[in-house]
Write a protein that binds this ligand. Structure first.
Ligand code: ABC
Ligand code: CA
Length: 449
């Protein structure tokens, strides 16, 4: 029976299930997966459903039995490592979960923080607080009256020590390669440096805010951040054919100038908290631009499960469609697009060790188009959508040598740079394009060169 996401219940996803579908993921060119939090959750069925997403933990030293047992999670890490792939686990330190409002809380149900002294006194984070009261953002509680999220007093030395010890053992027991850290903005910055060191692996913080000046400073404590500022510019640009791509160009440049290491930020265009792109604009060609941009803009690309199947759910929980209901086709246009673009990117990472840390240059913009160059890959985007008109564009500063054969890898069309290394191209139907030298494409075994 298909998973009815509106019920907000466990639908059957398990770590063993992921193991059985690693070919599907790896054949798209991915080298790592990010999984939901693994800790034991509240058991109740609430008016907001079950803790199927894993963000309502009650015991950080036990696993969520709905997803599997210790052996299953270890087997997932082992299976990934055997493929030379990595495991990123989502972790929450800001809060636990309670099936009730802030006044009914029974702290003894929480482990190891089983006493009220481990928590900040109840208060609610309001919408205004996000802009004006950082103390409230850090010390008040997320959640609502149905499921409150008791806020841990992360300033206490004993709490910090427990968390550091916990993360050290989680990483080593399960062979974790990276962490996605939830609710980073809700914990004081001074918590994160020690936690980051204790983790000892790449950390990717969630600071859910589009403001670069607010978000970037968290990269002083953690290796990377989900690039929310870029997410908003990206989706705004491609959701609406009347928006101007120069805004996206400005965002790329400002983020590069403001964040400590923009190449360690994660570029994404969908996730489990925001409406999927196709729910905002039902245009496959626009979504193709978004996906190619996500992979090639620089930073660490993340594709949210189901993007490759063209899922189109709106706000949480509609955006949490079960992947198994898709039938796992590897022939959808977006699956094949992702596989091709990842193949080029992976080749470039392999062939040119400097690629991951190279900065991204915006080499062209007009109202509806933007072109990027990073390493030896040039990509060109249009926000016109499938009704877009035909435009001829000359790309300069491509980094390509003069008079060289170049392939557009999504159509396998050949062209040649001019005596200045410039490339004359035609955009049609609002489709994205990816240019790579013919010599490199030949070694990829695509486009039958
Ligand atoms: C449940 C239901 C929802 C219902 C909600 C009230 O309760 O499922 O349908 O609407 C988990 C579950 C959710 C669940 C929540 C609450 O818990 O997954 O399904 O919602 O019980 C992380 C995770 C997220 C998780 C939690 C909690 C945290 O990714 O899945 O949710 O562990 C805030 C937090 C952020 C959190 C997010 C959901 O809420 O900061 O960590 N995500 C503003 C604020 C943000 C805020 C956001 C949403 O609103 O700045 O901090 O995120 O409330 C831009 C601005 C942004 C602004 C956005 C909306 O607009 O630049 O600053 O974000 O322009
Ligand atoms: Ca907090």
């Amino acid at each position: 029976m298909p998973c009815d996401v509106a019920k907000r219940q466990y639908c059957g996803g398990t770590w063993q299930g992921i193991i059985s579908r690693l070919d599907y993921i790896q054949n798209m060119g991915f080298t790592a997966i990010w999984i939901s939090p693994v800790t034991a959750q509240l058991n109740e069925t609430t008016a907001l459903g079950e803790a199927y997403h894993g963000y309502w933990q009650q015991n950080i030293f036990a696993l969520n039995s709905h997803f599997g047992n210790i052996g299953d999670l270890q087997a997932l890490a082992t299976a990934l490592h055997a493929r030379n792939m990595s495991l990123m686990v989502d972790v929450v330190v800001n809060h636990f979960g309670w099936a009730g409002d802030g006044s009914t809380h029974d702290f003894s149900k929480m482990y190891p923080f089983g006493d009220r002294t481990y928590y900040h006194p109840y208060c609610e984070i309001t919408t205004q607080d996000y802009r004006s009261d950082q103390t409230a953002v850090e010390q008040c509680w997320l959640g609502d009256d149905i499921v409150s999220l008791p806020d841990i007093d992360t300033t206490a030395t004993s709490v910090r020590q427990t968390y550091d010890q916990w993360i050290r053992s989680l990483v080593s027991v399960f062979g974790v390669d990276g962490l996605r850290i939830d609710t980073v903005r809700h914990v004081e910055k001074s918590f994160w440096s020690d936690f980051n060191a204790a983790a000892g692996v790449y950390t990717l913080g969630e600071v859910f805010d589009g403001d670069i000046t607010y978000t970037c400073p968290y990269q002083e404590q953690l290796h990377g951040l989900l690039n929310y500022p870029l997410y908003y510019s990206l989706t705004k640009t491609f959701e609406d054919a009347s928006s101007n791509t120069t805004l996206l160009a400005a965002a790329i440049t400002t983020i590069q100038d403001s964040c400590r290491d923009p190449t360690l930020l994660a570029t994404f265009s969908e996730n489990h908290d925001n409406p999927r792109f196709l729910s905002q604009r039902n245009d496959l060609n626009a979504q193709m631009n978004v996906i190619v941009f996500t992979i090639l803009a620089g930073g660490i690309p993340i594709i949210y499960q189901g993007q490759e199947q063209g899922f189109s759910g709106g706000n949480d929980p509609a955006n949490r469609e079960a992947l198994w209901d898709s039938g796992y086709s590897t022939k959808t246009p977006l699956y094949m697009l992702i596989a091709s673009v990842n193949q080029v990117r992976n080749h470039e990472v392999f062939a040119s060790p400097k690629y991951p840390t190279a900065s991204t240059s915006v080499i062209y913009t007009d109202d509806h188009h933007i072109a990027l160059q990073k390493g030896n890959i040039v990509s060109l985007y249009s926000n016109e959508g499938s009704n877009g008109t035909s435009s001829d564009i000359t790309l300069e500063n491509t980094g390509f040598q003069a008079n060289r054969p170049i392939v557009e890898i999504l159509t396998c069309r050949n062209s040649t740079t001019d005596s200045n290394g410039n490339l004359r191209v035609t955009v049609q139907e609002g489709l994205p394009q990816v240019f790579y030298s013919s010599a490199a494409v030949r070694s990829l075994g695509i486009c039958f060169l």
